[in-house]
Design a protein around this ligand. Sequence first.
Ligand code: G4P
Length: 524
Amino acid sequence: MSLALETAKRRTFAIISHPDAGKTTVTEKLLLYGGAIQMAGAVKSRKTDRGATSDWMKMEQERGISVASSVMQFPYKGAVMNLLDTPGHEDFSEDTYRVLTAVDSALMVIDVAKGVEDRTIKLMEVCRLRTTPILTFINKLDREGKEPIDLLDEVEDVLKIGCAPMTWPIGMGKRFKGIYHLYNDTVRIFATAEGQRASEGELIEGLDNPRLDEILGDQAEELREEVELVRGASNEFDLELFLAGELTPVFFGSAVNNFGLQELLDGFEKYAPAPKGRETETREVKADEDKMTGFVFKIQANMDPAHRDRVAFMRIVSGKYEAGMKLKHVRIGKDVKIAKAITFLANKRDQAEVAYPGDNIGLHNHGTIKIGDTFTQGEELKFTGIPNFAPELFRRAQLKDPMKMKALQKGLTQLSEEGATQLFRPVNNNDLILGAVGVLQFEVVAQRLKDEYNVTCLFEPVNVSTARWVIGPQAEIDKFTKKVTENVAYDAADQLVYIAPTRVNLTLTEERWPELQFVATREH
Ligand code: G4P
């Protein structure tokens, strides 16, 4: 099949939601449609990632599962779906942001009783940066919740996006009887799903069908009236507006009962965009270009602690990947033969023979590949827009056994290459300062240093409140580095960073050095 046809079939997306809304359950059920039954069970076992640190650790011990479920590919009708997992815990949000740079659309899952929650708001902001089209699934209709009309208003008000209901629920909680598809004019009667089977409620054609009155009784008439009201009061679906990120098609259902998800998947297949190109520093790369290009958006280290290997996840932007092909690793200027990439079709972690734009492949390496790296078939390109955020919390690594310094350095460096934490080395001393966006990360790092590097270390407070990457003319940077030695450090990529003891100090420094820029995000 041609590159263009294969590309057109791809739908690459991630789920954005607040913890507990049902992301894990939705993921699991979606995979059922692709025949990935076993995989679905595996997803369940890693739902612990929203729990305490120890749970997260346990999950990480099942690393084999977690890498396979970082990227899940499954066929659906004529489409090939690529679902990218995003870490559940808030402390891993930086990782989430980067995963969102590798998708073309997103699925927003909302709990019918809770409505729009914090984390959804934040993630939506991120999607907006790249005008990612969003589909919405309102979950848990088998429970009592907010009135659907009110909920759509809430989404529109809070998230500033129009809602176009595609399906409409018939009652909720104990009275939940099914959904009506506003565009197909069909009613699907609610049936609960046993275990891992997909539920298949009766499908009734036409809102006027007397069969509806038979099954729904009074609720049939209620539904007819409500549908008329909804049609009058809500937005009609408009593909252009959806693709522009201004309108979201909304589907209702119950994930745990695998109900309403098929309609959602149909929506993905029909409306979600095929893989788009990406910007580089010099030009835009289009998905239909023949030459292969891709960028790395995620690294997972120590898949196998005994071998210290890590997998770099690369999104293919253009062209076709074939096993054994030679690619240029642009940052280090080297050609590498990619013989053993991993693909993620259904439940198997298989060696990739071929992959197309929108697909992701996993590259084994020993630390040579970093987040943000570009691979091409020779062209000097650098994809942009994969952010590194200035951390907000800082701790100094304090070693129990001074003989283990080397191992500590190595561990901290490698773990920060996964992207969740950042390592800073001050220019005037041998401290190792770790920066993170959430406190949990320090615990996770300490635990992993012990498990994977056999190093016991504590993280103690350090007098740093914020960090900024320093950019400007080299002469000025040299002057600056000499002058304020005590507050400058290098990050893992040897970029100069100002580590400010206080916000006030940062402001003063910015004023004092007008030729330099102090930036809060660095692009990989
Ligand atoms: P998350 O990944 O977004 O954090 O959510 P997850 O899927 O783990 O779901 C959170 C809880 O909501 C789970 O219950 C799950 O079973 C439940 N849930 C998901 N979809 C539905 C639904 O359609 N209806 C109802 N009533 N509940 C739903 P839990 O008690 O935390 O876990 P479990 O013991 O049920 O596994």
